[in-house]
Design a protein around this ligand. Sequence first.
Ligand SMILES: Nc1ncnc2c1ncn2[C@@H]1O[C@H](COP(=O)(O)OP(=O)(O)OP(=O)(O)O)[C@@H](O)[C@H]1O
Length: 336
Amino acid sequence: MTSDLTVSGLHASYGSNAVLHGVDLKVGRGCLTAVLGPSGCGKSTLLRVVAGFHRATSGMVSVGDRLVDDGRRVVPPERRRITIVPQDGALFPHLTVAANVAYGLAHDPGRASRTAEMLQLVGLQDLGDRYPHELSGGQQQRVAVARALAPRPAFVLLDEPFSALDAHLREVVRRDVRDLIRLEGATAVLVTHDQGEALSLADDVAVMRDGVILQQATPREVYTRPADAWVAAFVGDAIVLDARIEADVAHTVLGPIGVDGPVRGHRVVLRPEQLTLGDHGADARVRGVEFRGDSSLVQVHLGTGQDLLVRHHGPPPRPDDTVRVSARGTVWSVPD
Ligand SMILES: Nc1ncnc2c1ncn2[C@@H]1O[C@H](COP(=O)(O)OP(=O)(O)OP(=O)(O)O)[C@@H](O)[C@H]1O
């Protein structure tokens, strides 16, 4: 992988408050990488150090083959060819949509045609004369992304750019933005605490907690082969079972299940869609049912005292029904 951004051993603080504790991250050229983590874990701080708005205490950041921060020598933000799209889009309210998009193209002779092209790409070619307050939230976000990509930055950093949008609009806008980033061939880092967004959009997901990246891998890999039980639960609904593992078979309260990959402890992880409610398996009682559109998420209480989530298709059981639960597929072993 040709790496466009390399962050290694990065530490950063606000005064005496250390926030990044040795972050390692690699972003391949032309890739969209999501940094996924809970509120306050340091995602925005990481973006700010990468963009050059905050200095590292130690560690290093390289963009392309150029070292931009090693805690001593620092390349200023305007010389990094990195663009940040902040959470609120931060459009200039006194400029029209077209003038906002053209803003970064001041010295570009192809300014007018590039602006028109970007407006076309985000589907706002008819709204160039409007002002930001005359647009919906989703349209404003598109303008913000068009403005960021217009000068063809090597790098785009997106800081939770879709968080202000409602669920439906968010899906539409984020798909458009991803397509635009792909089309422009930009390398992008997207910060989010929304696991669905990270898993569905990104080529690569870096899961962050308390100022460190716990795992960086493809969406499928972090979902099916999480680094630990915390990552498993953060990227999706997870079932963590105690297990005695012998010869690639985990002996659990749900019976024996095959283990995929190395044995790393006494617990295994599986997903609610791997469980089946049927006429065989462990005895359980239904505690609650959540309607999820195409399926139901059924919370069951095993005779052994453990609660599990089951993704169930078809008519759901009712609270207090007695059911039997079995597991399909393989499980993934996580460290204790
Ligand atoms: N300017 C600042 N001065 C002091 N502390 C700060 C400053 N900015 C952020 N912090 C602290 O640093 C920690 C990490 O903040 P950061 O904004 O990087 O987290 P985040 O993961 O982006 O959170 P969110 O998802 O809520 O935006 C938090 O504890 C926060 O309170």
